[in-house]
Design a protein around this ligand. Structure first.
Ligand SMILES: Cc1cc2nc3c(=O)[nH]c(=O)nc-3n(C[C@H](O)[C@H](O)[C@H](O)COP(=O)(O)O)c2cc1C
Length: 167
């Protein structure tokens, strides 16, 4: 074995999990950001967590509203993931700029990209400072799944987005 960096390690673990974190901005519009630093945390009560760089606008939104929907993008959403990660919702409306079609979940104020594989409706439980990131520890309130689409993963570290098995 040879000594490697954490960035190289993320290439060794590819494909890595991929989510699009959906939050509401103060004007009620939806912000979307791809996040791979995500994990289930507990079954009972169901909990999930994700880590984001301290300057991410998604962090501002979830800390302000206490709410998010963590989606796993479906195959049809593939083209939008990398562009969503290349800009910040602090400056632009990504949904409008990239022409992303959204859908509504029952009893949820936050819209999600149409064609998502999974959606976790979450409430922020705790924010923990971890180095240059914040870890957002969340309670899962509802989970919605779609059997008819393939989940997307992050490949080559985080450079490419594709299903786990190309068919
Ligand atoms: C495939 C992929 C995975 C990413 N994973 C993370 C992550 O786990 N944590 C993070 O802070 N940023 C991650 N990013 C970068 C954010 O999506 C990016 O900083 C984004 O602009 C944040 O948007 P916001 O400022 O609107 O929240 C990832 C980007 C891509 C393309």
């Amino acid at each position: 074995m040879k000594r490697i960096t954490i960035a190289q390690a993320t290439e060794f673990t590819s494909p890595n999990p991929l989510t699009l974190i959906c939050t509401n901005k103060p004007d009620g519009s939806t912000n979307l950001a791809p996040v791979s630093f995500v994990s289930y945390l507990a079954f009972e009560p169901p909990m999930i967590g994700f880590a984001m760089g301290k300057t991410a606008y998604t962090g501002d939104c979830i800390r302000q509203t206490g709410q998010a929907v963590i989606t796993v993008p479906g195959k049809d959403t593939a083209e939008h993931v990398i562009p969503c990660g290349a800009s910040t919702g602090r400056n632009i409306d990504k949904v409008k700029t990239l022409n992303i079609h959204l859908e509504k979940l029952p009893d949820c104020a936050i819209k999600i990209p149409a064609g998502s594989k999974l959606a976790f409706v979450v409430k922020l439980n705790q924010t923990v400072e971890v180095g240059d990131h914040y870890l957002y520890i969340c309670d899962i309130e509802d989970i919605y799944g779609n059997e008819n689409t393939e989940a997307l993963f992050a490949w080559n570290g985080y450079a490419k987005v594709a299903p786990a098995q190309e068919k």
